[in-house]
Ligand binder design. Structure first.
Ligand code: KIV
Length: 295
């Protein structure tokens, strides 16, 4: 996928799938999937670093995670978030941040809002860097919005949203994320724009959808917004595996003989036996399994 495919997919009525991703091993799984593109979102400040909002993401943080994702998923189209205030401190600072993210392996950058920085968007686009917009709930404005709240719930607010989306399109954005907006308003924006919209909590009438990797994999079980569909209870799978490992270590069932290296010659003296091992008395479940497989 490249930036031109976004427009082509909208024009042909094909939906775009996007997932956030922040690290190398997750990127390998995404690389092996049919998902179209990756967002290295500034939500990584929360999911990967445990901060309460996205405001703590920095350009250095975003670049480090972007580089890891680019190594794990070299064939996927990667959009990286410009973090909080990085595009509000003047053109030079904005372009330094863009430069850092693109050098780390991003193919495009995303930024929130448009009021007061449409000229920055234009400059980034004119510099040859694709820009994705982000409207509706813009988490970098957490304090101004009074929290993570659904946006554009009135007709007047949908009008404002639509005109902001048009401004971003005019400034050269290739796509716009709409976050936490009622479905009918999001549909209006999608119909008015030529460029594709990608929704999260914006209903079914979008040209594409994006979800946060940790959320859709159930790694964050206490996070249950209305819009989220959890595709796997990964937290539970991991906890069960960790407890099984802990049990096997403590019972001596892990590691077995098969999971141990053999010396090239036997030791001249055997060490005195101190601990009774499942591997020696044949109790380990993995050992039984391994011996069955060897029969
Ligand atoms: O940072 C992020 O994960 C995002 C998505 C919610 C769209 O911006």
């Amino acid at each position: 996928m490249n930036v031109r495919d976004f427009q082509q997919m909208k024009d042909e009525g094909r939906r775009i799938s996007m997932i956030t991703c922040y690290d190398y091993s997750s990127a390998r799984a995404v690389a092996d999937s049919s998902i179209d593109c990756i967002l290295v979102g500034d939500s990584l400040a929360m999911t990967m670093h445990g901060f309460p909002t996205t405001l703590s993401a920095t350009t250095a943080m975003m670049a480090l995670h972007t580089a890891a994702v680019a190594k794990g998923a070299p064939a996927k189209f990667i959009v990286a978030d410009l973090p909080f205030l990085s595009y509000r401190k003047g053109l030079k600072d904005a372009m330094d941040s863009v430069h850092e993210l693109m050098s780390a392996g991003a193919h495009a950058v995303k930024l929130e809002g448009v009021r007061g920085h449409a000229d920055v968007v234009r400059h980034i686009v004119d510099s040859g860097v694709p820009v994705m917009g982000h409207l509706g709930l813009t988490p970098q404005s957490f304090h101004a919005l009074g929290g993570m709240k659904v946006q554009a719930r009135t007709n007047a607010a949908v009008k404002v949203l639509t005109s902001q989306a048009r401004e971003l399109e005019d400034a050269g954005c290739f796509a716009i994320v709409l976050e936490c907006v009622p479905a009918q308003g999001a549909r209006r924006v999608t119909e008015v724009l030529k460029i594709p919209t990608i929704g999260i909590g914006a209903g079914p009438y979008m040209n594409g959808q994006v979800l946060v990797y940790q959320d859709m994999l159930g790694l964050n079980p206490s996070f249950k917004p209305k819009f989220l569909r959890v595709y796997a209870n990964t937290f539970e799978v991991i906890r069960t595996a960790l407890n099984a490992y802990d049990r096997d270590v403590k019972s001596g069932a892990f590691p077995s003989e098969n999971e141990s290296y053999a010396a090239l010659e036997s030791l001249e003296q055997t060490a005195p036996k101190r601990m009774k091992h499942a591997a020696e008395n044949g109790r380990g479940s993995r050992i039984r399994l391994a011996s069955q497989m060897n029969q």
